[in-house]
Design a protein. Structure first.
Lengths: 111, 114
């Protein structure tokens, strides 16, 4: 197997793995339970998106995509900072603090 | 010959990077609370995206592209842990408690509730 064949095979496999990671992160965003959980999952989603764009740049050969990846990283960082300030000023809401039955059972076994 | 070797290295790097991203996603799904999930995002997630930038720098053979890829790598490694730490700090200040399995010696969690 030549180098370029191996590279395109690796790009295909890693796109599949990244898709699976994207799916798992989306499940966390949907079930969430609290707002900071969702913000953290969105942060990871941006990181996986950067990885997607980088693999796309390698497999197509258009290295101009690199600039898009860097600017997506900038936007994701600013979004997370803004959400962190929002969480700090909003405080927690009571609705998010219903302790689940399974967590109570875990506490009992821990004691 | 050297091109072939560099292409093999880049292929290995993007495979390892995608596995790191998958580990981060499994961690964010399986770990018990926000503060432990932050480990998965700020370490494994950063490494996953950063290795892709290194792979571009290895395979591109252009000075400008290599410089931009390394700049993106450094930028990612500076910003991702900072944003995770900022989010952890503000959610702790807002009153989101850690999981009951967490054992904190230096911080009294009950003091945070006002």
């Amino acid at each position: 197997m030549s180098g370029s064949e191996f590279l395109s095979l690796a790009a295909t496999i890693s796109l599949g793995v990244l898709t699976f990671a994207f799916l798992l992160t989306t499940i966390r965003i949907v079930i969430g339970r609290t707002l900071p959980d969702r913000v953290l999952a969105l942060d990871l989603l941006v990181a996986i998106g950067i990885a997607y764009i980088a693999v796309g740049a390698i497999s197509t050969g258009y290295f101009l995509y690199l600039d898009i990846a860097i600017s997506l990283g900038l936007v994701g960082f600013l979004a997370t900072v803004a959400f962190a300030r929002f969480i700090l000023h909003r405080g927690k809401t009571n609705r998010e603090y219903e302790v689940k039955e399974s967590d109570k059972a875990k506490e009992e076994t821990a004691k | 010959m050297i091109v072939q070797i560099l292409q093999y290295i880049a292929g290995g790097l993007i495979l390892i990077g995608s596995l790191f991203s998958l580990l981060a996603a499994v961690g964010i799904l399986r770990l018990p609370d926000l503060y432990t999930r932050m480990h998965a995002v700020s370490k494994a997630g950063t490494m996953g995206a950063g290795l892709m930038f290194i792979a571009i720098a290895v395979v591109s053979f252009e000075g400008a592209v290599i410089l931009r890829a390394l700049a993106g790598f450094v930028f990612l490694f500076l910003t991702m842990p900072v944003s995770a730490h900022l989010l952890a700090r503000s959610s702790l200040m807002a009153g989101y408690k850690p999981s009951s399995m967490t054992d904190i010696k230096d911080l009294d969690v009950n003091e945070l509730e006002e």
